[in-house]
Design a protein around this ligand. Structure first.
Ligand code: RIB
Ligand code: CA
Length: 324
């Protein structure tokens, strides 16, 4: 059932990144800026409260000199209580580095309106959510026509095991009702779950690649990134028995579109548990070899060429470093 995703990788696909920066969201921004046409960044509460994830997105936009607008969105899930992951990313949502204050303000507080307008104005945009799916669900509810206008949704979330609960990955766990709307919407879906993201770790060895770029170019951006990576890696190493670094979750949702040859995947039916006492926020992935079974609705990333993915991150940092 594993397929090679190498076919039809479009040159610089149009991407709208919906995120909750977040250390790995930052890498998603860097890779999207390097390999795609990043038409906009929308923010959602998740790793930290909305004011912090939005501030962090604006910091990274300026640090990278991006033209893309930043629009803030949902401050809380559709129904679930607002909960964060500050124990992973720090109180700021982006602890570990001396971040320069942003020079540009957020462009609006209407992320949902921006998502709808952008996807209606130019068909074939990829929505790439790397945080809780609240903004995406609200946009799909307000504009069901988006399903036929977008190229698809490539999300980071889910998996066959959890990180916020036994069976629930944080992005899905934080707003399972929004996730259910997205997985049921009918648009082309790609899912970068924990099974694949835990194959792609930022280790101290790999961080030394970024340190070298910072030294070579005197790059503030690369130096900040290396410090963020160190914080993130040490946090994960301290909390896991089996990880030698931090999984670089979010950039894989971008690379699935820009560099599909780095992955193997399978077509599966995926649904979200919204009521389970022990499994609320679980992505229920149908791997049964039995018929009848539901038609697949999602391309599930199964494996990644981690060395190739890291080289892509290094290339993206090296390209940005000389001028930032
Ligand atoms: O479970 C990992 C996901 O939750 C990543 O997107 C990380 O940034 C956090 O949002
Ligand atoms: Ca995230």
């Amino acid at each position: 059932m594993l397929g090679d995703m190498s076919a039809n990788a479009p040159d610089r696909p149009r991407i709208l990144l919906d995120c909750d920066p977040g250390h790995d969201d930052v890498v998603a921004i860097i890779v999207a800026n390097h390999a795609a046409d990043l038409v906009g960044i929308t923010t959602v509460a998740g790793n930290a409260p909305l004011d912090r994830t939005t501030y962090n997105a604006c910091v990274m936009r300026d640090l990278l000199g991006l033209a893309a607008p930043v629009h803030s969105g949902a401050a809380r899930p559709l129904l679930a209580p607002p909960l964060t992951a500050t124990f992973v990313h720090g109180e700021s949502g982006l602890d570990g580095a001396d971040l320069p204050a942003p020079t540009r303000e957020v462009d609006s507080t209407d992320a949902v309106g921006f998502i709808i307008e952008t996807c209606r104005a130019t068909e074939g945009t990829w929505l790439v959510p790397t945080g809780p799916l609240t903004n995406i669900a609200l946009a799909l509810r307000a504009a069901p026509d988006l399903v036929d206008r977008i190229a698809g949704i490539s999300l980071m979330g889910g998996g066959t095991f959890g990180n916020r609960d036994v069976m629930s990955e944080f992005n899905i766990w934080a707003d399972p009702d929004a996730a259910a709307i997205v997985f049921d919407c009918g648009a082309p879906l790609t899912m970068a779950g924990l099974d694949v993201t835990h194959q792609f770790l930022v280790t101290h060895d790999r961080i030394s690649d970024v340190d070298a770029i910072a030294a070579e170019f005197g790059s503030k951006f690369a130096a900040v990134l290396a410090d963020l990576f160190r914080f993130f890696a040490d946090n994960y190493i301290s909390r896991h028995d089996d990880l030698a670094g931090a999984p670089m979750h979010d950039p894989l949702a971008v690379m699935a579109i820009t560099h599909p040859h780095l992955f193997e995947s399978s077509r599966r039916h995926v649904a979200v548990e919204t009521r389970g006492e022990l499994t609320r926020g679980m992505t229920v992935i149908d791997r049964r070899q039995i018929r009848p079974r539901p038609e697949p609705n999602c391309t599930v990333l199964e494996s990644v060429d981690a060395a190739g993915a890291w080289q892509l991150v290094v290339d993206a940092v090296r390209t940005a470093a000389p001028s930032h």
